[in-house]
Design a protein around this ligand. Structure first.
Ligand SMILES: [Cu+2]
Length: 313
C-alpha cells in the first residue's frame, strides 16, 4: 500500500507536469502611421514613419518568460509596406518579420527568453530609410528573478533612444553613405532634453540627490555606434544588453553598436544638487543633438522616471 507521503509526492509531481510555464501572455498591438512630426524643440516637422505615431514607438515591457502576442496593422492610408523586427524574439525572419502592405494586419507571438533591453524596428526594404525615418522602439524584458544585489532596484528609470535625422528626401544610396545627415535624435528630437545647447528644450531628466537612476539606452542609428558617457559622473554599473548577468562596474564610456542597447546605472551624489550630461561622446553626434541633461535636486518631480514617465514625450 502506498504511503500518504508517496501519494502526496505523486500528486505534486503530476501538478508540476501540468503546470503552465511561469510566464504570462501579454498582448501588444501597434499601427504604423506615416505622418509629419516635429523633430526639434522649435516644432520643425518632417515626414516620418512611426509605430503608433511617436518616435520612438511605445515602450513594450514584459517579464522574462512572458509570451508576447503581437499584432501590427499597416494603416490603409500609408504608401509603404512595413514590418516589425523584435530583437527580443527568436522566430523566422521570412515569416513573423515579413512585410505587410498598407491596409494589412499581421499577428505573431514569441516568448521573451532573455532579460534585457532590446530594440525593435521596421525591417521593410530599404531598412535604412524605414529606420532613419523613425521606425524603432524598445522592448524591456525584466529578469524573472526580479531585483537582487547584482541588479538593485532603481529609484528612477528612463528610456533614451538615439536615432538619426537626415535631410528630408535623402535617397537611400545617400543614407547608406551617411550623406545629408543633419542631427542625432533623442526620443525623436534633436537636443530633446538639453536646455544648455538648445534654449527651446523644455524638459530634462530629473532625480533626487543620492538616487540610483537607471537608463535604458537604445542605439537606433543606422550606421554609427554610440559612445555613452555621463559627463560629471561615472556609470556605477553597466549591464550589457540590459542583462543583469552582463555587469561591469565603474565605467566611463560605453559603446553601443547600431541596433543594440545597454542599461546604465548612475548613483547621484548625496546632499547636493548636481547635473549630468548624458552624451554620445562622439562630437559629431553630441553637438548635433545627442546630449540629455539629468538634473538632480531635492525639488525633483516625483512623477518623472516612474510609471508611464520613464519616457518623456
Ligand atoms: Cu517600415
Amino acid at each position: 500500500m502506498q504511503s500518504v507521503t508517496g501519494l502526496l509526492q505523486a500528486f505534486l509531481l503530476s501538478a508540476l507536469l501540468v503546470a503552465p510555464a511561469f510566464g504570462e501572455t501579454v498582448k501588444v498591438s501597434m499601427t504604423v502611421k506615416e505622418i509629419d512630426l516635429p523633430v526639434d524643440n522649435t516644432g520643425t516637422t518632417q515626414r516620418m514613419w512611426t509605430y503608433d505615431g511617436t518616435i520612438p514607438g511605445p515602450v513594450v515591457r514584459v517579464k522574462q518568460g512572458d509570451v508576447v502576442q503581437f499584432s501590427l496593422t499597416n494603416d490603409a492610408s500609408n504608401k509603404n509596406s512595413h514590418s516589425m523586427d523584435f530583437h527580443a524574439a527568436i522566430v523566422d525572419v521570412l515569416d513573423e518579420f515579413a512585410e505587410i502592405k498598407p491596409g494589412g494586419t499581421k499577428a505573431f507571438e514569441f516568448e521573451a527568453k532573455y532579460p534585457g533591453a532590446f530594440i525593435y524596428h521596421c525591417g521593410a526594404s530599404s531598412m535604412a530609410e524605414h529606420i532613419s525615418r523613425g521606425m524603432y522602439g524598445v522592448i524591456i524584458v525584466d529578469p524573472k528573478e526580479g531585483f537582487s544585489a547584482a541588479y538593485p532596484k532603481p529609484d528612477r528609470e528612463y528610456v533614451l533612444v538615439q536615432g538619426d535625422l537626415f535631410r528630408e528626401g535623402t535617397a537611400v544610396e545617400d543614407l547608406l553613405d551617411g550623406k545629408n545627415w543633419v542631427g542625432a535624435l533623442i526620443n525623436g528630437k534633436v537636443f530633446h532634453y538639453d536646455p544648455v545647447h538648445d534654449p527651446n528644450a523644455g524638459k530634462t531628466l530629473q532625480a533626487s540627490p543620492g538616487e540610483r537612476v537607471r537608463v535604458f539606452y537604445v542605439n537606433a542609428s543606422i550606421n554609427d555606434p554610440v559612445a555613452l558617457h555621463p559627463i560629471a559622473g561615472i556609470w556605477d554599473r553597466v549591464y550589457d544588453h540590459g542583462n543583469p548577468r552582463n555587469v561591469m562596474e565603474g565605467v566611463q564610456t560605453y559603446l553601443i553598436p547600431p541596433a543594440s542597447a545597454a542599461t546604465f546605472d548612475l548613483v547621484t551624489p548625496v546632499g547636493r544638487a548636481t547635473n549630468n550630461a548624458i552624451v554620445d561622446h562622439a562630437m559629431t553626434r553630441a553637438l548635433r543633438g545627442a546630449i540629455s541633461v539629468l538634473m538632480t535636486s531635492k525639488d525633483a518631480d516625483p512623477k518623472l522616471g516612474r510609471g508611464e514617465q520613464i519616457i518623456l514625450r
